[in-house]
Design a protein around this ligand. Structure first.
Ligand SMILES: [Zn+2]
Length: 428
């Protein structure tokens, strides 16, 4: 970098440690911000020399990229602590369906807005949010960057797959960032998945789905039996696709049948939520395939359901991009990614804390195709920053993961936000 080069920052943010996620943390570091972009990053002395602008000294804090929640359903923020863990996954679906039947559009709107405020209060600046009500999107102004995914289900109307998808797309188009989420292999038909693939090709968008989440889903597809199989058979789902292999095999078969639709460009456009129940034969299949999907793991929701151990090491060895998400409050306590990182650390204590922080910064940024804009502090990236207390006595990444409160300072798209009343409320 040229020593006398000057940037046009309007703000310089200084902190004890700047955790860029783009190289080693910078002690006594600073970030120059111009409009909504990061203009410069380095040692405070250099940044001061190279940049003009107001200096905000955060003091004994770690400054890091805003966090990215890669899988969430804000629709169900109002269901916090409403559903106890059930004996079976099928029973949980029955329980959430019963709760949903009592909710009005107005209540869903309030639930989504409350969820946004909570996520933001905990330092999340970008969220991948699935909604079952895309028609509500135009009535919501998200306070953080949002990828809206329409959650699509046609289990009761499988002959209307295209119509279900196309109607959602009309609503989604009012959002700057959107994608499609065929809900699961057991609630969305093959034709619905195919239609989503077609739209993804046409519109160059992302896709997400819940896959291989529970043992009951595995039993249903592989063995044509179990509580989920019986539940879906009872509601009239055609079970012709059961008894022929694992959920992952089924998903890859549907993908392959749409292969002629794919271009090299969107081959990597799937974010797969869960992948808890992946068999040895699935891993053989993945090893022999060039597919490398993005995977979202939700450790606390995983614990709530007591699923099989998430096969982190195997998926990582295969080169999958692994991200964390909170999932919904129908199976989680809050929308903070900090306890999510701790829950992951509990199940995988050998994974370095820096790598865990990547799972809520650089990895989801890559999954959202924002690797040059989000998830790291680098010149040219969006100015989404958060700060948390850091006394410099231990490993900064451990300190970040151990953080237990709402975040009281953030820069969101270059705009400074301090200890909002909502954050103060969460604090108590
Ligand atoms: Zn989910």
């Amino acid at each position: 970098m040229v020593a006398d080069r000057r940037y046009t920052s309007r703000m310089i943010v200084r902190a004890r440690t700047v955790v860029t996620m783009d190289g080693a943390p910078i002690e006594n570091g600073a970030v120059g911000v111009s409009q909504n972009r990061i203009a410069d990053v380095g040692k405070f002395d250099e940044i001061k020399r190279r940049n003009a602008g107001e200096i905000i000294d955060l003091g004994e804090q770690a400054l890091l990229p805003g966090l990215i929640n890669a899988h969430c359903h804000l629709d169900y923020t109002c269901l916090r602590r409403k559903i106890r863990p059930q004996k079976s996954f099928a029973d949980w679906i029955r329980a959430i369906n019963a709760e949903k039947a009592n909710l009005s559009a107005k209540e869903y709107l309030a639930s989504i807005n409350e969820g946004f405020a909570e996520a933001k209060g905990f330092g999340t600046t970008t969220i991948a949010n699935l909604t079952a009500f895309p028609e509500l999107i135009s009535r919501i102004t998200p306070p953080i960057r949002t990828w809206w995914f329409a959650e699509l289900i046609d289990v009761r109307v499988p002959d209307r797959a295209n119509e279900t998808v196309d109607r959602a797309v009309e609503s989604l188009k009012s959002a700057p960032n959107w994608g499609l989420a065929p809900h699961t292999l057991f609630t969305a038909s093959k034709n619905l998945y195919r239609r989503c693939e077609e739209i993804a090709l046409r519109e160059d968008i992302l896709l997400t789905t819940h896959l291989a989440e529970s043992l009951e889903e595995l039993e249903m597809f592989r063995d044509a039996s179990g509580p989920l199989y019986e539940f879906l058979k009872d509601i009239g789902r055609s079970m012709d696709d059961c008894g022929n292999g694992t959920p992952l095999e089924r998903f890859l078969t549907i993908r392959d049948s749409s292969a002629s639709l794919r271009s090299a460009r969107n081959d990597n456009n799937w974010l797969l939520a869960h992948l808890n129940e992946v068999t040895d034969s699935d891993f053989d299949l993945l090893e022999n395939s060039e597919r490398r999907f993005h995977v979202v793991h939700s450790p606390r929701s995983h614990d709530y359901f007591k699923h099989s151990r998430f096969p982190f090491e195997k998926l990582r060895t295969l080169g999958f991009n692994i991200c964390l998400g909170t999932d919904s409050l129908a199976s989680n306590e809050d929308l903070s990614l900090f306890p999510e990182m701790r829950a992951f650390q509990n199940e995988s204590p050998d994974v370095p804390p820096q790598e865990i922080l990547q799972m809520v910064t650089v990895n989801p940024a890559r999954a959202l195709r924002q690797q040059n804009a989000l998830g790291r502090i680098r010149r040219g990236c969006r100015a989404d920053l958060i700060s948390i207390p850091c006394d410099g006595t231990g490993d900064v990444f451990e300190e970040i993961i151990a953080f237990e409160k709402p975040v009281d300072w953030m820069l969101l798209d270059g705009k400074e936000k301090r200890n909002t009343p909502h954050a103060a409320k969460l604090w108590k």
